[in-house]
Design a binder for this molecule. Sequence first.
Ligand code: URP
Ligand code: ZN
Length: 452
Amino acid sequence: MIVIRNGSLVLPDGLAKGDLVLDGGKIAQVGGSYAEKPEDELVDAAGCWVFPGFIDAHTHMQCWTGMDWTADSFETGTRAAACGGTTTIVDYATQDKGMTMPQALDEWHKRADGTCTANYAFHMAIADWNEQTKADLPGIREAGVSSFKTYFAYDHLRLDDAQTLEVLEALKPLGGTLCVHCENGTLVNALQKRVFEAGITGPEGHPMSRPDVCEAEAIDRLLMIAHLAGDARVNVVHLSTKLGLEVIRAAKARGQKNIFVETCPQYLLLDETCYLEPGFGGAKYVMSPPLRKAADRTALREAIIHGEVDTVSTDHCSFNLKGQKDRGIGDFRKIPNGGPGIEHRPALMATSFADTLGPHELLKLLSENQARVFDMFPRKGILAVGSDADICVWDPQSEWTINAATQHQNVDYTTYEGFHCKGSAHLVYVNGVLAAKDGEPTGAKPGQYVKR
Ligand code: URP
Ligand code: ZN
């Protein structure tokens, strides 16, 4: 047994003192005083918060995104995740056009199985909606996939409104959740052309061609279609704008149920002035949706504090600046969309919300709500007897600085270079195995597929 002592256990109803006992891959005791045996391993967590491992439900590892392959494999990405305190990811397996969902799922297993430091589950992104795809849905659900994704943007991925309605209707009897990329792709294509033809070719053209209206309109359309489907269960991913938030508030105020909201650290910490970084540095921040105005960031931060956001995930979708992003020099439309973040999310959230969010709120946003929304609760997301022994012993006092030279993400930059953090993952257990210590991997690869 591993006995974690002297820490503050972060439980759903508050902090508690007592021992946390791990037996193999499961939690055997929460609180109280455990009578240790000579063979037990005692771990001193004095001064630390002991969380159920953090969950990042939005990643793109080893994925072809239409422009390039993402830089992190499952091996490097989940290792970086564990170094930062994240013990489970939910990655977007993607059915490209001309491919079936079982083929996509097989492919994602081939890429991930046996390589992972953190646990991994899969959403299924649907790009080819047809009779076969519909017929395959129950089998995919049986294979442990309970959440799906569709896009309103990206020509090689997007579905139209009627198809989106059909997907929602087909997921309902399966209890599935549809995550949706909400940007109006038709408008984005037209605005990209307009901005480029006006002579704006650098990264600053990216946010200009994807204004907040493109996001808010698509969210509104999604929520209306979900309502038409009988308040089908939807998750608005990577919410980035105040206007989009207002649309969600309006739908909830009308009484619409089953709306979940995700945002990402980049929309809470950064803003569109990043695109002006000299020397093509703005390309680091080319992701979709783009970074927004300071007022959007403020609105989203308030929404976090008021509990209007269910989950904070990363949309980790890494591309190197050299050799990948730099192919867009002279045409911002050719910069692969996406940025890294999986390693730094817990520290960024703990640091930047230090005055407003305590361990209890961090638990909800980074672990418990993720497990609930994505059908892993109470196996994950809670310190409870019988739950998986995924644990993050968090030192809230440690101070350190993010930089690309020392990160484990397999990419040549970080969007948070020089960011001073307060708090770090001291010990990270995945299925009862120590996977990372003080930000460094142990070399163990205990990550397993999470069948949901
Ligand atoms: O720019 C991003 N985020 N690329 C990843 C695909 C997506 O939109 O989630
Ligand atoms: Zn994404």
